[in-house]
Design a protein around this ligand. Structure first.
Ligand SMILES: Nc1ncnc2c1ncn2[C@@H]1O[C@H](COP(=O)(O)OP(=O)(O)OP(=O)(O)O)[C@@H](O)[C@H]1O
Ligand SMILES: Cc1ncc(C[n+]2csc(CCOP(=O)(O)O)c2C)c(N)n1
Ligand SMILES: [Mg+2]
Length: 353
């Protein structure tokens, strides 16, 4: 990925030199950022708002494969997947910390690319980078991002607030990131077998972007504010629709009825899934990494959500004993299973190979 470029060995700069180098372009814009990079801790002040904090870990070989993920995209995605958790609380993200563990194969130029992507995401989403940690790693690249945000006390939305009769809604469309991943994996295999064949991703931009460059849904939180929509429960779709629905239902002690025909799937996702012999609905239910927002609203808010082009009403909340069910296109009722992506399963499969 970075073989043909200039290589500056990180040991030439040392840890502090590297930190200075990477953070020289960092700007602080948020009024809540009192002190950013440069002391033992950052200092924040959210006055009368509630503070939101979320952290996630991204590991080479488990969460990403550098044979087809460009480093700049990786930096961008690492920030997006974290901001998504703040938006899933109906909050606005304002700061992140960005930590990296680097194995010796990474030259300075590689780390610079990761940072470039991360800073583009920060700028676009109006978030300050206020700190992090940098270390050597014995093997592989490790990235951990912590995102910090704020929300009015009466606006915060938990997974546990869904009520019987609520409408179950989701933003955007689902399954694209998974089908994009299948496409990238296929091209990787072809390339490994014959390095002279160039990857053929033509016409597949949307799903490849859904995988490599996801956009967290700050715009949906802003839309809620504009239209006075207050969800009862919310979660972001990282592991797949089925798994996230079950999280909401378990946390809220409710059941749900999901309609397969209502699940939003982009035509390119649909067609490419079919080309791969995959069921597009299964890709949406279990694929993951869509980073859309899944939420419930009381029925009285139907008029506010029904005309939103980027929101689909996919079902409704039932009482707990009814369980979590999906009505298929043919009218059959299936119990929903949380077959979402699981980092530990992926590891087991790798060990078996
Ligand atoms: N090692 C850990 N120690 C303490 N708490 C943890 C740990 N791992 C996860 N949690 C907590 O468990 C809860 C659920 O986390 P989980 O990672 O399942 O959700 P998520 O971050 O929204 O999903 P994903 O990681 O799939 O994007 C959160 O409150 C999180 O802080
Ligand atoms: C090489 C490679 N293997 C697997 C995936 C898929 N994947 C990575 S993270 C994730 C969901 C959230 O993870 P977490 O719950 O750990 O935050 C999924 C479905 C990928 N993109 N690349
Ligand atoms: Mg997590």
């Amino acid at each position: 990925m970075f073989d043909n470029k200039d290589r500056t060995n990180i040991s030439e700069l040392g840890e502090f030199g590297l930190i200075d180098y990477l953070t020289k372009a960092v700007e602080i814009n948020q009024p809540s950022s009192i002190k950013g990079i440069g002391d033992d801790a950052a200092v924040l002040d959210f006055s009368n708002k509630q503070t939101l904090i979320s952290t996630d870990l991204l590991l080479e070989g488990i969460h990403f494969d550098l044979r087809y993920v460009p480093l700049k995209h990786l930096g961008y995605k690492a920030v997006q997947v974290n901001l998504s958790d703040i938006y899933a609380m109906n909050g606005i993200a304002s700061q992140i910390t960005f930590s990296i563990g680097l194995s010796s194969k990474f030259p300075l130029e590689a780390v610079e690319e990761i940072y470039e992507g991360a800073l583009i995401a920060c700028k676009k989403f109006n978030v300050d980078l206020i700190g992090g940690d940098t270390s050597a790693s014995a093997q592989g690249l490790v990235i951990s991002v912590t995102s910090i945000g704020h929300v009015d006390k009466d606006k915060v939305v938990y997974r546990s607030g869904a009520k019987e009769g609520d409408l179950l809604c989701v933003s955007g469309d689902l399954g694209g990131a998974y089908v994009g991943l299948q496409l990238l994996e296929r091209e990787k295999q072809i390339f490994l077998e014959n390095p002279n064949i160039q990857p053929d991703l033509e016409g597949k931009d949307y799903i490849v972007e859904r995988q490599l460059k996801p956009e967290s849904r700050k715009d949906i939180v802003e839309l809620f504010e504009t239209y006075g929509i207050q969800p009862h429960a919310m979660i972001d779709v990282s592991d797949g629709l089925a798994s996230e629905i079950i999280h909401i239902c378990k946390a809220s002690n409710v059941g749900c009825k999901l309609y397969e025909e209502k699940i939003p799937i982009d035509p390119m996702t649909y067609e490419t899934a079919r080309e791969f012999g995959l069921d597009p609905t299964v890709c949406a239910l279990s694929g993951g990494e869509d980073y859309e927002l899944l939420f419930t609203v009381p029925q009285e808010q139907y008029d506010k959500v029904k005309n939103q082009l980027d929101i689909s009403i996919i079902g409704y909340i039932t009482e707990e004993n009814a369980g979590c069910e999906m009505v298929s296109k043919s009218g059959h009722v299936h119990s929903l299973k949380a077959q979402g992506w699981n980092a530990f399963e992926a590891e087991d499969q790798q060990n078996e190979e």
